[in-house]
Design a protein around this ligand. Structure first.
Ligand code: PXP
Length: 246
């Protein structure tokens, strides 16, 4: 299935900087417009329970400002379900959420939480929202996603990132194999595999080379690089690295 690998840009951390001063600058909507202009394929935004970055009012403004598909990351709660159904994003990526965590720390336990997830997946799907489950690259979790009839899984790549920093070649190889095997298993069973978390210029290429992957969602590193080189440049450079790896 090697072909165009979509790049979803997570703009949460533009909102993190905005919220540091409580005002309206920098506006994540402006970031979404730039992503659209330079060839990003989608906007990803995580509306957290504590609203630490994206605010409720950002969602409609992002949707109005660009025609790019919005991928709403959300916890599996009634509150978030109601917000998703009101805003009707193109996709909803269900993530685990703990208030005290700095960022999403791992994949959803789709196997252990079947009963809690099933009604949420069904109601989102019935409304026409494409559901994605953010899971570990683990065959048990893919099988659970199949039982939940999720059309998409996003494989957690965040465990690979520290291995790169430490130069742990054997660990990197093992983690890449886990991700590649999970992507192949998902695709074989009719689930579209995506991947994301912790991706950088240095580690994106071996992930982008996994042929079954259809989309990567990348945020923190791109927004960090944007401080030095501008968001246009950062998105273009990531796009070029992804294309070169395919
Ligand atoms: N995918 C999911 C499901 C996430 O929760 C996040 C972080 O919000 C990302 C991708 C992007 O991760 P990063 O900001 O590390 O690039």
């Amino acid at each position: 299935m090697t072909g165009h690998l979509r790049l979803g840009v997570n703009i949460d951390h533009v909102a993190t900087i905005r919220n540091a001063r409580g005002g309206d600058h920098p506006d994540p909507v402006r970031a979404a417009e730039i992503v659209a202009r330079v060839g990003g394929d989608g906007i990803t935004a995580h509306l957290r329970e504590d609203r630490r970055h994206i605010r409720d009012s950002d969602l409609a403004r992002i949707q109005a400002a660009t025609s790019l598909p919005l991928n709403l990351e959300m916890a599996a709660t009634e509150e978030m379900l109601e917000i998703a159904l009101r805003h009707m994003p193109h996709a909803a990526c269900i993530v685990p959420e703990r208030r005290e965590e700095r960022t999403t720390e791992g994949g959803l336990d789709a196997a252990g939480q079947h009963n809690q997830l099933a009604p949420i997946v069904t109601r989102l799907s019935d409304a026409g929202i494409r559901v994605s489950l953010f899971i570990e690259p683990d065959p048990r979790q893919i099988e659970a996603a199949m039982r939940l009839r999720a059309p998409v899984v996003e494989l957690h790549t965040g465990r690979a990132a520290p291995l790169w920093l430490g130069g742990d070649a054997a660990g990197i190889e093992a983690e890449l194999k886990r991700i590649a095997d999970a992507a192949a298993l998902a695709a074989k069973n009719g689930i579209e595999p995506h991947a994301g978390h912790g991706l950088t210029y240095d580690n994106v290429q071996p992930i982008a080379a996994i042929p079954q992957l259809a989309e990567l969602n990348i945020g923190h590193y791109l927004i960090g690089e944007a401080i030095f080189d501008g968001l246009e440049h950062a998105v273009r450079r990531m796009r070029d690295l992804m294309d070169a790896a395919r």
